[in-house]
Design a protein around this ligand. Structure first.
Ligand code: PLP
Length: 387
């Protein structure tokens, strides 16, 4: 059979091969151990920390979605990020993207404090990346588009730069999901997800994933995960699988809504700037379109009166004030106080986020209801032509 289209893999994947009852939905094996037929000859599964049929079925589905040879699921996105970062020995250099999720920056800062060599690129450009990637860099870590500024990096060229220096390229694909972008096909060696966001999609589970086609990296990751016990629990894997089935539908609606809101916000008198790769004014809109199938449902914007950002978030009702993104319900956050507050002050000073930055995750609600909610909240902002 030729490889199925991604919509088919989403809807029909996660089947449990060899299931004697041929369950149509992925069965939940909520068990810690598996009874062995013989003490000297183990069956396919023995202990859930190592492997579990439910989790395995979802890993197979995710690998198919990423075009990877294998995928591993973790207890959270940060557990997946940490699993990748610990593959590299102390003393080996890590080069990190200019704009990254706050938790990843906090972890990188900790590694640096423990003596690892971590260097952030000065800005999201290939020139800055090529400058930073000197031997003996072992790992380049990027997000495209990045969280929260939606900056876009040419991933094909980034892979060439990394590989020329003998480094691996890891891409945190949380903002796109494989439905929009498949980093491995663009040359990355590892793709990492906070599956809490788009992949699970309902805000009811935390999960993380790593996919790779490199058998050595996959074996090393599996060895550490078994030793440390940070794999995703079966019930969480089952919830993730249930969410995956509708990823395409959720994303199509969410990003259509996000595009409408981005266009209206960019015309709004109180908004200085909108960061969204689906807008023609985004400096890398064409590059993003060349390496992704759509702009996604995450966007941020800067108010002309930054001191009123918190008040706008307070006033929205449909947009819940909440961290995280990629769910079916819309949310709004102040990255500097919320998702990116954990960045150590000295590191934040390197590249401060714009004052008054608001990030929204656009869900699948009615777009006119969403716009009404946002525009009413924005009426708190006094006209400020002088700014
Ligand atoms: C949320 C997020 C993470 C961390 O994932 P958790 O599931 O919250 O642990 C990592 N990377 C990005 C880009 C994220 O947005």
């Amino acid at each position: 059979m030729h490889p199925a289209h991604i919509d088919t893999v989403l809807a029909r994947g996660g089947a449990l091969l060899g299931d004697p009852y041929r369950a149509t939905a992925t069965p939940l094996y909520q068990t810690a151990t598996f009874t062995q037929e013989d003490p000297e000859a183990f069956g396919a599964y023995d202990y859930t920390r190592t492997d579990n049929p439910t989790r395995h079925a979802v890993e197979e589905q995710l690998a198919a979605l990423e075009g990877a040879r294998s995928a591993l699921l973790y207890a959270s996105g940060m557990a997946a990020v940490a699993a990748c970062l610990r593959l590299f020995a102390p003393g080996e250099r890590i080069v990190a993207g200019a704009d990254l999720y706050g938790g990843t920056q906090r972890l990188l800062a900790r590694l640096a404090a423990e003596g690892r060599q971590v260097e952030f690129i000065a800005e999201s450009s290939l020139e800055a990346l090529a400058d930073a990637v000197r031997e003996p860099t072992r790992l380049v870590w990027l997000e495209s588009p990045s969280n929260p500024l939606l900056e876009v990096v040419d991933l094909r060229q980034a892979a060439r730069i990394a590989h020329r220096a003998g480094a691996w390229l890891a891409v945190d694909g949380t903002a796109t999901s494989p439905y929009l972008q498949q980093p491995l096909a663009l040359g990355a060696d590892l793709v990492v997800h906070s599956a809490t966001k788009l992949l699970a999609g309902h805000g009811d589970v935390t999960a993380g994933a790593v996919a790779t086609s490199d058998a050595g990296l996959a074996a090393e990751l599996a060895r550490h995960r078994n030793a440390e016990g940070n794999a995703l629990a079966p019930f969480e894997a089952w919830l993730l699988q249930r969410g995956l089935r509708t990823l395409g539908l959720r994303l199509e609606r969410g990003q259509a809504n996000a595009t409408t809101l981005a266009e209206r916000l960019s015309q709004h008198p109180h908004v200085r700037r909108v960061f969204y790769p689906g807008l023609a004014e985004h400096p890398r809109a064409a590059l993003h379109a060349a390496q992704a199938r759509g702009p996604g449902q995450l966007l941020s914007f800067e108010l002309r009166a930054p001191e009123l950002a918190a008040e706008v978030a307070r006033r929205t009702q449909l947009f819940s004030t909440a961290v995280s993104f990629g769910g079916v319900t819309s949310s709004i956050s102040l990255p500097t106080c919320m998702s990116h507050a954990s960045i150590p002050a000295a590191w934040r000073a390197r590249r401060p986020l714009p004052q008054g930055l608001l990030r929204i995750s656009v869900g699948i609600e009615d777009v006119e209801d969403l716009w009404r909610d946002l525009s009413v909240a924005l009426t708190v902002v006094q006209p400020c032509a002088a700014r």
